[in-house]
Design a protein around this ligand. Structure first.
Ligand code: SF4
Ligand code: SF4
Length: 434
């Protein structure tokens, strides 16, 4: 039996906040009668719109061309008519161009028998081209075009399929791995054949081993299966530097740059692009948190409104104190429930007052708890103090640039000081993973 491993310094145990049952099989969200497809669903510049008001589009038709570095193509998630091209606000508040499609006509792929293509006979040039054509993006951390990342990380030391979600409530990736094990592992083999890493690893959390019962069987059938890495349930176990320290403990020669981490959602999109010739038009989304009536993981079409997914989960219990995209520790605030989900929306978490532990701020009491939990071995209270006094050189000297914005210090601080917010506002923190 594999013994669970974990990183050495700092970290949090968030067990009490993590467990909630996920129904199986996962439900498909209702199809949106009107899909709002934004033309920026990646970290690079927005796509060029290639449709006009009144155009009839099919499921998977090209709506936006990703022509600039860092952009990917965007396709129609539903068939119908382009009802409008307009400016909308993303959940983050950013204003972007969007295409509104009124659902009409029949689906080309949904509910139809799928034709399969043999990726093993494709050249790597064709594979990269297929990833570009189908608009595949890295769906959890960087939001960059996967084709570019795969080329840039060729020959990387370790390629990791990350089945760990160490923040509370997040179940998207574990669900994708559980529900679509075979496709995910084939997608991982495709990307592995393209990247040709020195090692390939699948990371799982110890408590999930039973839930992912199919995975060992599928690994057993593989010619050269990835190594299985079992990790303790500890936050932030899934960040690059913490994963790197576990992959090569002791002399610690691996850095976060030496590993290329991909989520099950991303490699599922790889599988669908190359084996089913399907563009990226849907994704699994966790809708959870104490303020959601029936927490769920839903498979939703891109362009569905966040508010509609919340309604599908029974709506709110009372008034949520805070709604975030991502997890409670690292998530970004949601500014509007009328914003649509994009390729990068893995979760919507609505938190109660109790969960946000919101209460008035007090002065630092020098308790040292923030330093105890910092996985980067920084002294957050000191960095915060220097920032407050405008002494940026000293803040940097205390490791400001090494902060990964994991949020562990802010979570544990009994004085509720906005530590991470202050570090991020300085614009000097390097966000390694979201
Ligand atoms: S947010 Fe930065 S300073 Fe705070 S615990 Fe994480 S790495 Fe350390
Ligand atoms: S946890 Fe908060 S109160 Fe304690 S030392 Fe750190 S900043 Fe100060």
């Amino acid at each position: 039996m594999n013994r669970a491993k974990t990183f050495r310094y700092g970290g949090l145990s968030l067990e009490g906040m993590k467990a909630w049952p996920i129904p199986s099989p996962i439900a498909n969200a209702f199809l949106p009668s009107s899909a709002l497809v934004v033309l920026k669903q990646h970290k690079g510049p927005a796509c060029r719109c290639v449709v006009a008001k009144g155009d009839v589009v099919r499921e998977g038709s090209l709506l936006g061309k990703g022509e600039k570095p860092g952009s990917v193509h965007i396709h129609a998630p539903v068939p119908g008519m382009v009802q409008d091209i307009l400016q909308v606000k993303l959940a983050s508040g950013e204003s972007v161009e969007a295409v509104r499609i009124d659902l009409k006509g029949s689906f080309d792929k949904l509910g139809k028998r799928e034709e399969r293509y043999i990726w093993k006979s494709m050249s790597s040039v064709d594979m990269v081209q297929a990833l570009r054509e189908k608009g595949v993006v890295e769906m959890s951390a960087s939001g960059l075009p996967l084709a570019d990342l795969a080329l840039a990380r060729k020959g990387v030391a370790v390629l990791v399929l990350n089945g760990v979600e160490s923040e509370p409530y997040l179940r998207t990736e574990k669900t994708v791995l559980r529900e679509r094990s075979r496709e995910v592992l084939e997608g991982f083999e495709i990307i592995r054949s393209l990247v040709r890493p020195q090692r390939a690893v699948i990371a799982l959390e110890e408590d999930d081993e039973n839930e992912l019962a199919e995975v060992p069987g599928i690994l057993g059938e593989m010619e050269s299966p990835p190594e299985k890495l079992i990790l303790e349930a500890r936050y932030p176990q899934d960040m690059p530097r913490q994963l790197a320290s576990v992959l090569q403990p002791g002399r610690h020669t691996l850095s976060g740059e030496d590993i290329f981490i991909l989520s099950p959602s991303t490699v599922l999109a790889v599988y669908e692009a190359l084996v089913l010739a399907k563009p990226l038009v849907e994704r699994y989304v966790t809708i959870a948190g104490g303020a959601i009536k029936r927490p769920s993981v839903l498979k939703a079409r891109i362009g569905t409104l966040i508010g509609d997914l919340v309604e599908e989960c029974g709506g709110f219990i009372g008034v949520p104190e805070k709604i975030v995209l991502g997890g409670p520790l690292r998530g970004e605030p949601v500014h509007s429930l009328d914003a649509p989900i994009t390729k990068l929306t893995a979760s919507v978490i609505a938190l109660t007052n109790e969960e946000t532990r919101s209460r008035s701020r007090n002065a630092c009491i020098r308790c040292g708890r923030c330093a105890e939990v910092c996985p980067e071995r920084l002294l957050p209270a000191d960095i915060y103090r220097f920032i407050g006094k405008g002494r940026m050189e000293e803040a940097r000297g205390f490791g400001l640039d090494l902060c990964t914005s994991c949020g562990a210090c802010g979570y544990i601080c009994p004085s509720r000081l906005p530590l991470v917010e202050a570090f991020q506002t300085c614009g000097k923190t390097k966000e390694v993973s979201k």
